[in-house]
Design a protein around this ligand. Structure first.
Ligand SMILES: Cc1cc2nc3c(=O)[nH]c(=O)nc-3n(C[C@H](O)[C@H](O)[C@H](O)COP(=O)(O)O)c2cc1C
Length: 180
């Protein structure tokens, strides 16, 4: 079982990064986790570079391979201007023509300092992934409001027990879906 985790934040001290790391730590050792940390190195999506005869940019090829090799996917993302971070949408756009997301059990988690927990990004990410035939696992999807109060800044992990329990449950649902 291999889970590929992708964060929509490029920040070194990202709250979503903390959520992602905490979520992965709830899994037992039989699950192999890979964190894809290169969304910031991908070129801007350009359909002219995405044709059948095009040789993909090395970073694009690596992203496609990482997604293809995963049994399940975990997206953890902030919300910017009531939307999905452009960097993350750009990464997903590179997966449209080649279809690696199709049929993959997928979790969407958004975390925000605001009480809505990034509801617009959450909805948009689910919509886009669903359009690409990712298998969204509802019990593995989660919005985390006022995330700043739930983190331990020293360890870079979620310390709020209720949120940790939600993450454990979400990751359990994701791995179960990937085993079917
Ligand atoms: C340009 C910008 C736009 C933002 N827009 C939103 C927003 O629409 N909704 C929201 O909940 N938070 C918004 N935020 C706040 C982010 O949720 C907050 O900065 C968060 O910590 C970013 O996630 P990270 O800690 O994982 O990097 C915005 C932040 C920035 C810098």
């Amino acid at each position: 079982m291999r889970i590929l985790a992708i964060s929509g934040s490029l920040r070194a001290t990202s709250s979503n990064g903390a959520v992602l790391e905490t979520a992965l730590e709830t899994l037992d050792r039989s699950t192999w986790t890979v964190t894809y940390g290169e969304i910031g190195t991908l070129p801007h999506f350009n359909q002219d570079l995405d044709g059948e005869d095009a040789i993909p940019h090395a970073a694009v090829a690596a992203l496609r391979s990482a997604v293809a090799e995963a049994d399940a996917l975990l997206f953890v993302s902030p919300e910017y201007a009531h939307g999905l971070p452009g960097t993350l949408k750009n990464a997903i756009d590179w997966l449209v023509s080649t279809g690696e997301l199709g049929g993959k059990p997928t979790a969407v988690i958004t975390a925000s300092p605001h009480p809505a927990g990034g509801e617009f990004a959450y909805t948009q990410l689910r919509e886009t992934l669903g359009m690409l035939h990712a298998e969204l696992v509802d019990d593995a999807c989660l919005r985390i409001p006022v995330v700043g109060t739930k983190l331990d800044r020293e360890t870079g992990r979620v310390r709020d027990e209720a949120t940790r329990a939600e993450l454990t449950s979400a990751l359990s649902a994701l791995t179960k879906a990937a085993q079917v």
